[in-house]
Design a protein around this ligand. Structure first.
Ligand SMILES: *Cc1c(COP(=O)(O)O)cnc(C)c1O
Length: 237
């Protein structure tokens, strides 16, 4: 299957899922997860209208991005960020979707301040929430979320756009639904507590991948992260 045919299928399924729950497909951004795929695949998706791309490793994107410099896209870092790569990440990415500690957030904020001349504007970030502590190693646990949100909202160079989560993989798709719903409830709780008015802060929900994005859309996803359904199977590392 071609990227074009795959994308048409994904868009159709997003529209269907949105319609089922009274949403508009315009509310949902497809983040094309291009890890392991070459710059040409990214260009192909770009030519079909995709403007958001997700990469999970700083070094891999560092090698690809010179060939993509002319594209007007938002590059999202979706994988765990080690603090020693934070500077490179700020230089390469417009959004870090995997912030999971105050120390990392503070580091990013400091680097943004230092690089403000070259990279004006605030760095968009999402807080990665660990919804199933027994099954995953990354993300902040729910108990620590309010404190982290409150502290991060004070960092002037970061724009806390919302939340991201990677729930466990289930063969039986419906079993993932409570995790997506939980993230939406947490978002609503945090917005209610910390945000007044029509602010773009704490609004985004990045959830849903190739196998489960329709359920994520039904539960309120505003960004879905789609790799294999768009680009095909990844070679094993
Ligand atoms: C690889 C990856 C995806 C995309 O996974 P697919 O199953 O290929 O759609 C989404 N989110 C994160 C954080 C990833 O690392």
């Amino acid at each position: 299957m071609s990227i074009e045919a795959n994308l048409a299928g994904i868009r159709g399924r997003v529209e269907g899922a949105a319609r089922r729950c009274g949403r508009s497909a315009d509310e949902i951004t497809i983040v094309a997860v291009s890890k392991t795929f070459p710059a040409e695949a990214i260009r192909a998706a770009y030519s079909l209208g995709i403007r958001h791309f997700g990469e999970n490793r700083v070094q891999e994107f560092e090698t690809k991005h010179p060939a993509l410099d002319d594209l007007d896209a938002t590059w999202h870092l979706i994988g765990h960020l080690q603090s020693n790569k934070a500077r490179r990440a700020v230089q390469l990415f417009g959004a870090v979707d995997s912030v999971d500690s105050l120390s990392l957030a503070e580091k990013l904020n400091t680097i943004c301040a230092e690089l403000a001349a070259d990279h004006p504007g605030r760095l968009e970030v999402l807080i990665e929430v660990r919804l199933a502590p027994e099954d995953s190693k990354t993300g902040v646990v729910v108990e620590e979320l309010p404190e982290l949100v409150e502290a991060m909202l004070d960092l002037p160079h970061l724009e806390i756009r919302g939340f991201m989560a990677i729930p466990p993989f289930f063969e039986e798709l419906e079993r993932v639904r409570p995790y997506f719903r939980r993230l939406r409830e947490l978002r609503d709780e945090m917005r209610g507590r910390f945000i007044t008015g029509d602010s773009p802060l704490l609004r985004e929900l990045s959830m849903g991948m190739s196998h489960d994005f329709e359920i994520a859309v039904e539960e309120g996803a505003t960004q879905i992260r789609v790799g294999t359904a768009l680009f095909g199977a990844r070679a094993k590392a």
